[in-house]
Design a protein around this ligand. Sequence first.
Ligand code: C2E
Ligand code: MG
Ligand code: MG
Ligand code: MG
Length: 283
Amino acid sequence: AAKRQGGNSFRFYDRGMHRASAERVALENDLRFAIERKELWVAYQPCVGGREGHVVSAEALLRWNHPTLGSVAPDRFIPIAEENGLIVELGEWIMRVACNECRRWHDMGRNGMCVSVNVSAVQFGQPRLIESVRRALDDAGLPAWGLQLEITESSLMKDAETAVAMLRAFKNMGVRLAIDDFGTGYSSLAYLKRFPVDVIKIDQSFVRGLCDDEEDAAIVRAIIVLARSMRLEVIAEGVESLSQVDVLRTDGCELFQGYFFGRPVEAERFRQVLSARSLSAAH
Ligand code: C2E
Ligand code: MG
Ligand code: MG
Ligand code: MG
């Protein structure tokens, strides 16, 4: 019976594999046309700071509304786009859209706002990124400090020497720089010192366990101390509860991003949120 079962499960596995790769091929094909078919859109999630809970910036997050599959998560299609190189085109597209949107926030009177855009390791490895960022800023009429680039710690460490040079080029341009998913990428502190960044974003996996896991709490505390002593801003990602906010504040973190303060929403909705709670507390 065991043998039979083994045979069945093998076949099942085989079919599952086939389905997975077929779906991948379909996604890859469909993604090529997603921009022109207007299936992609950008969601904005607030980053909130200070006692009053002002919205100080927003992260631009790519969304794909697939005609038959519905909403496809970035964790599913970004890796595909990175493998086939499409991420470069997608990345340039979201950069332009996000810069234009930030310009609108400035025009609404929220002229201290900054938009934060994720940059993949594949894009970051290409010198043409510098020119496309400059063009996106110019075309939008956005000052360089209105744009923040988020690069994950692991992307930076893939080729740390090149990363230092790229970061310097952006720093000279006046663009803000953030290390995303900090704490998961094994960066040496020696490199952290050489990366000319403005912000560290504490990975949400540590924030999740903050209130019930001693080790997560210790890691979060250590990152905050490190950031502050290096005069870097520190943002806690994935903040979902008031008790997490309390612990983070006690530890000295004053910038928050997470469902507790607002989910990623489409541009128009985000603008409504901005004008509605320009000076009021979060929620
Ligand atoms: P990320 O850059 O670390 O973005 C934060 C992710 O956490 C987002 O997931 C966001 O929706 C989610 N999040 C925010 N607050 C909370 C919370 O309180 N609880 C929980 N559970 N999750 C929260 P999303 O939008 O699904 O994006 C996933 C990842 O995909 C991003 O992680 C980023 O690495 C990548 N990504 C998204 N958009 C882009 C893009 O335009 N370009 C590139 N290269 N990567 C992108
Ligand atoms: Mg990010
Ligand atoms: Mg992150
Ligand atoms: Mg991430």
